[in-house]
Design a protein around this ligand. Sequence first.
Ligand SMILES: [Zn+2]
Length: 211
Amino acid sequence: MTQPPLPPSPPPLPLRAPRALPDDPAQAAERDARYMRAALEEARLAEAAGEVPVGAVVVWNDTIIARGHNLPIRSVDPSAHAEMQALRAAAQVIGNYRMPECELYVTLEPCAMCSGAILHARLRHVVFGASDPKTGAAGSVVNLFEQAQLNHQTSITGGVLAEPCGQMLKDFFGARRRAQKAAQKAAQGASAQNAAPQPAAGPDQNHDTEA
Ligand SMILES: [Zn+2]
């Protein structure tokens, strides 16, 4: 059996030293907020697709080279978190699965799977918005970013635009709860009339971070 040929890789980006990060704290905060706003735009795309609103961008040399948003339901893929989507796209742009010059911005604290992928990709730095008390692997449940035994360490910053990042999730889950209640009420009314069966619960959604 011969393996099908792999698709051609895109030409790698010319390697240049990463642009130095601003020393001025105000400039650094403005830079973080700028890229987090881009990640929020991606989160809105997830929401429009009926997915839990989480978005991510990968930054190389002060340029957004890849974007991704949560898509596990549509793609029927439990690994299709925003970070994974953005990392896969970035690796194609860079032409390498290791991206030590890249930073990732994501609206929600990464889970264990995404943190693992981030460490395998050897990213330089990760910035996240809202904390995830249910599956966060950057300090909320576990912290995979401070394991000295691991062969690579990626630095991490949390809480950048945490309020709008978290509010988008709260609004999403609030609307979903209201829709589920309305559906239950309608089903109860129908079953009272003709003993119709209850509708099945919707698919479990990743990043199911209800406050
Ligand atoms: Zn994840």
